[in-house]
Design a protein around this ligand. Sequence first.
Ligand code: GTP
Ligand code: ZN
Length: 232
Amino acid sequence: MKIDALVASKEKTATLNGFTHGEIGDDHLSTGLETPMKSEAFALSDSEKKERIAQLFHEIMDVMGLDLTDDSLKGTPERVAKMYIDEIFSGLNPENKPKVALFDNKYQYNQMLVEKNITFYSNCEHHFVPIIGKAHVAYISSGKVIGLSKLNRIVQYYAKRPQVQERLTNQIAEDLKQILGTNDVAVIIDAKHLCVSSRGIKDDTSATVTSFYGGAFSSPTKITELLNYINQ
Ligand SMILES: Nc1nc2c(ncn2[C@@H]2O[C@H](COP(=O)(O)OP(=O)(O)OP(=O)(O)O)[C@@H](O)[C@H]2O)c(=O)[nH]1
Ligand SMILES: [Zn+2]
C-alpha cells in the first residue's frame, strides 16, 4: 500500500465507530509485507465479528445439510467463531501484538542469539487449513537485548493469521528488525502445509523451508554458524 493510502486508511479507521486503532493490521511493516486487510477491518468489535461469523458458519453447515439441532453440532458455529477471533486468527488484530521487553546489552554479548525450534500453528490463507512448523529466529544485538519469550510471542502473533509461509517469514523478520534497531536478523521456517499433505496432492512427506537473512546474516560464515546451532 502506498504511503498516502496508508495515511488515509489510518485516518478513516480512527474515525470508525470511535475506534482508536492507530494502524490497520501491519502499517508498521514495510510496504508490501502487510497482510491484506480492508480499511474497515475494525469497524466491528470482536464480539460483533463472532456473532456474525457464527451466523454465517451456521448457514454453511445448513447448506451442507447438517442437522443443526443435533446436540453435538448445534454449538459448532459459535465454537468456530470464537476460535477464529480469539485464537487462530487473533494476530489480525494489532491490539493482540505482544508487548516487547527490551534491555540494554550490559552483558556485552556480541555474538548471534538463536531462539530455535519455536513450534507454531498457522493456517494457509488459500485453503484455511493448518500450517504446522518450527521457526528459528536469530539476531545480533546492536545495543538492545530482547526478552527471549518475546521472540516466541512475535512468531505466534504473525502465525495467528491466514498466511503464506513466505509472508510469515518476512513479517517476523521485519518486525524484529524494527524492534531491535538492526538489520542483523535471521528467520528460518520449516513447516508442513496440510493443504499439501491432507488434500490435493496429498504428499505427507514434503515440507516447506523459507528463510530471511539480513545484514551480517548474509555472510556464508554466519549462515553456516546459524545452521550449525539449529542442527545441534
Ligand atoms: N507460495 C505458497 N503457496 C502456498 C502456500 N500455502 C499453500 N500454497 C499453495 O497455494 C496454491 C493455491 O493454488 P490453487 O491452484 O488456486 O488451489 P488448488 O486448486 O486447491 O491447488 P492444489 O493444492 O494443487 O489442489 C497451492 O498450490 C498451494 O499449495 C504458501 O505458504 N506459499
Ligand atoms: Zn493451502
